[in-house]
Design a protein around this ligand. Structure first.
Ligand code: G1P
Length: 292
């Protein structure tokens, strides 16, 4: 059995420019999907997969993210005085020592963000979750990946098919042999030029990686967009360690921009028993009016 994955890195230093003006003062990851900040979904997914340590790679203006997982003493006291339940706060209350944060002082790329957590990760496998990508599955994406990882070990990345016209926006896999939901990876390209992608299987931002990837990142080599890319560091491990793509079963919502955020809000609201019926009724009326 491979070494258990206990730590997860959340790269959350980005400026979220596609969501300005909101992100002028609110970290993108704190914008809500229904009534929870986006980060809560990724953290819930990690905890469900057995992750015990949440490592946030943050930057200036992102303190609200770390504060969110702290205890809200005044808030709790006020709720208690009013006889209100504190249960709603449960997911945001971290266990003692569960949250660790480190700064990425300069935006040098995703690979660099992950590398900033190298000393906290140490010499064990770890997960990386990009919170912009809201993954909905039962169980969640990372839990599905951990189950597959227990069988194959090595490095594992989630993979999803996208239309060929979109591959230039992502990390893309050159696939080898498949076995069920697992596919061997022969090569990886970050943001291939249109028409040059080796497949339409993209990386939607969920990874289980061996610590050796940090050694590959030590070189700080720049790739697509002049940034230090995680995709390139993983590609360097091909031939040295197993690297598989895992086609996860579920839905993916890209919350990097306003359209994706609105769509994710509607999709997640419809799944909820409390707010779902009202949203569904609104959509039906809008459809009847011809607005949809
Ligand atoms: C990053 C990764 C890319 C991945 C994408 C998923 O790109 O570098 O491989 O496909 O996230 O959202 P970014 O969106 O930061 O440019």
């Amino acid at each position: 059995m491979p070494t258990r994955v206990r730590k997860a890195v959340f790269p959350v230093a980005g400026l979220g420019t596609r969501l300005l003006p909101a992100t002028k003062t609110i970290p993108k990851e704190m914008i809500t999907i229904v009534d929870r900040p986006l980060i809560q979904y990724a953290v819930d997914e990690a905890r469900e997969a057995g992750i015990e340590q949440l490592i946030f790679v943050t930057g200036r203006g992102k303190s609200a993210l770390v504060d969110y997982f702290d205890v809200g003493f005044e808030l709790e006291a006020t709720l208690r005085d009013k006889g209100k339940s504190l249960d709603v706060l449960d997911p945001s209350n971290a266990r003692f020592g569960e949250v660790v944060s480190v700064r990425q002082q300069v935006p040098l790329g995703l690979g660099h963000a992950v590398w900033c957590a190298r000393d906290i990760v140490g010499d064990e496998p770890f997960a990386v979750l990009l919170p912009d990508e809201l993954m909905f599955g039962q169980p969640g994406c990372l839990a599905q990946m951990v189950e597959a990882y227990d069988k194959v070990g090595g490095n594992l990345v989630a993979a999803l098919e996208v239309p060929e016209s979109e591959t230039h926006k992502y990390g893309v896999i050159d696939p080898g042999a498949s076995d069920g939901r697992l596919t061997e990876i022969k090569g990886l390209v970050e943001k291939p030029a249109p028409g040059t992608a080796p497949s339409n299987l993209m990386l939607p931002g969920r990874y289980i990686l061996q610590p050796e990837v940090m050694r590959a990142l030590d070189a700080q080599e720049k790739g697509a967009g002049g940034e230090i890319q995680l995709t390139d560091a993983m590609a360097k491990l091909i031939g040295q360690q197993p690297l598989h793509a895992f086609r996860f079963e579920g839905e993916r919502y890209d919350c990097g921009g306003a359209d994706g955020f609105v769509i994710a809000n509607i999709a997640m609201a419809l799944k909820r028993q409390d707010v779902g019926p009202a949203v569904k009724a609104f959509l039906s009326t809008a459809k009847a009016r011809g607005a949809v």
